[in-house]
Design a binder for this molecule. Structure first.
Ligand code: AMP
Length: 421
């Protein structure tokens, strides 16, 4: 089905031409008509499947269908969890609105001076893309009002509904009109956030594009057994022997990102850290250099796991394993995007073997452990994840994987263990 059948005006179809999209992706075919009807929508589709355009196109169409009023009022609010995603969504909006010159799109996010953003909001905007904290700061300073918002979009919705953003999101929801359209988009909706999503949505159209053979992201997943202290060496070795063009490496902490990047630089590899403690100028620079291939390796915390679209990123490495299976999906989803193939390599040390097994179980995958010559682990793997320690306890060999309770089988096993275990 071509884009022209979806009910979008010629200006939007014209803006799609330079993008060279052959046809709408499944999420676009299903979500665009539902959004245009004014329905609430909860959409999940795999990473890299064209979700942004799936809400941007119909939202722009809806705004254009409204009579223009003065003074201008915010019609659509798009909330995103990270600054970089705000910039990216703003870029998509602007490129698809290029033939709708009367529209004002404003992007606001934290980590940079608030004054230019306040100036930018003079005369309001039709669409605001924002990270929650900075949006609230701007409202505190009377820089904008959300009282006329007709459409609310939560991009990476499950992240925004999660604990970390809960207070800010609730504060924003209170400022919005009760009658509005709600659009929730994400690759994952963990069961824990589904009830929050349900509370937000009225009679929603649920669009769930399950990966099908041939349409699922083409990501080869590999696991390499290695002792923890050897990981930087192994990363360096893999980078050099496989001639990887660009690699996004995930580490658990900001400190680890700094250390790994410094070690790689010392070895002559062009690497930079990327995490929430860096100034926004530095963060933007690192991302721009990485996207332009001036930088080969970026070592990031999970701040880079959500939504970032780095075209032709061939390899993602989990230097430290992600805390949850959901985070795993988002991390590896930075590669294998928009029809390209990708490779995701996870380093598994004896200490994290049990945690990896749990991720495999939750992901319903089984990845053989590979051993690179010269990097053979010296220790044997730890105990099975389902044996004696309750999930989340201090002794939990899984490291307390987030967002999942023990299943019936786990509970049964735990009940069979002696109580002092
Ligand atoms: P997103 O899931 O929105 O981050 O999009 C992932 C990538 O898919 C981006 O690079 C988009 O430019 C690209 N994309 C979006 N829609 C289409 C389409 N209909 N056909 C091909 N690529 C697309």
């Amino acid at each position: 089905m071509p884009f022209s059948t979806l009910g979008l005006r010629p200006e939007l179809l014209k803006a799609l031409k330079p993008q060279d999209y052959p046809a709408p992706t499944p999420i676009q075919s299903l979500a665009i008509p539902a959004v245009l009807k004014g329905a609430d929508v909860q959409a999940s589709a795999q990473t890299g499947s064209g979700k942004t355009a799936a809400y941007v196109l119909p939202v722009l169409e809806l705004i254009m269908q409204q009579p223009r009023i003065t003074p201008r009022r915010v019609h659509t609010l798009v909330l995103v969890p990270t600054r970089e995603l705000a910039v990216q969504v703003g870029d998509t909006l602007r490129s698809l609105a290029v033939h709708l010159p009367a529209l004002k799109i404003t992007v606001v996010f934290g980590g940079v001076s608030i004054n230019p953003q306040m100036m930018g909001l003079r005369g309001s905007a039709d669409v605001i893309v924002a990270t929650p904290g900075r949006l609230l700061d701007l409202i505190d300073k009377n820089a904008l009002s959300l009282s006329a918002v007709q459409t609310l979009v939560l991009d990476e919705a499950d992240k925004l509904l999660d604990l970390g953003f809960q207070d800010e999101l609730q504060a924003i929801l209170k400022l919005l009109p009760e009658r509005r359209q709600n659009l929730l988009f994400s690759a994952t909706f963990a069961p824990a956030v589904q009830s929050l999503a349900d509370a937000l949505l009225t009679d929603p159209v649920r669009v769930d594009v399950l990966p099908q053979v041939g349409t699922a992201p083409d990501i080869t997943q590999r696991a390499m057994a290695v002792d923890a202290p050897q990981r930087t060496q192994l990363l360096r070795h893999l980078f050099q022997t496989h001639g990887w063009k660009r690699v996004l490496v995930f580490a658990a902490t900001q400190h680890a990102c700094q250390i790994i990047a410094a070690k790689l630089r010392k070895a002559g590899i062009n690497a930079e850290p990327f995490h929430g403690q860096l100034g926004q100028g530095k963060r933007s620079q690192v991302l721009a250099d990485f996207k332009a291939s001036r930088l080969k390796v970026v070592i990031a915390t999970d701040v880079a796991a959500r939504g970032l679209d780095i075209s032709e990123l061939p390899v993602v490495v989990n230097f430290d394993l992600p805390r949850s299976a959901v985070d795993y999906t988002h991390r590896i989803g930075r590669t294998g995007r928009a029809g390209h193939s990708g490779l995701a390599v996870s380093f598994v040390s004896p200490d994290t073997e049990a945690h990896w097994r749990l991720i495999e179980k939750r992901q319903n995958i089984s990845v053989p452990r590979e051993i690179e010559a010269g990097f053979e682990p010296q220790n044997v793997a730890g105990p099975s994840p389902t044996l004696p320690h309750p999930l989340g306890s201090a002794n939990d060999p899984t490291g307390g994987i987030k967002g999942k309770r023990p299943n019936k089988k786990d509970k049964l096993r735990m009940a069979q263990q002696p109580s002092n275990q």
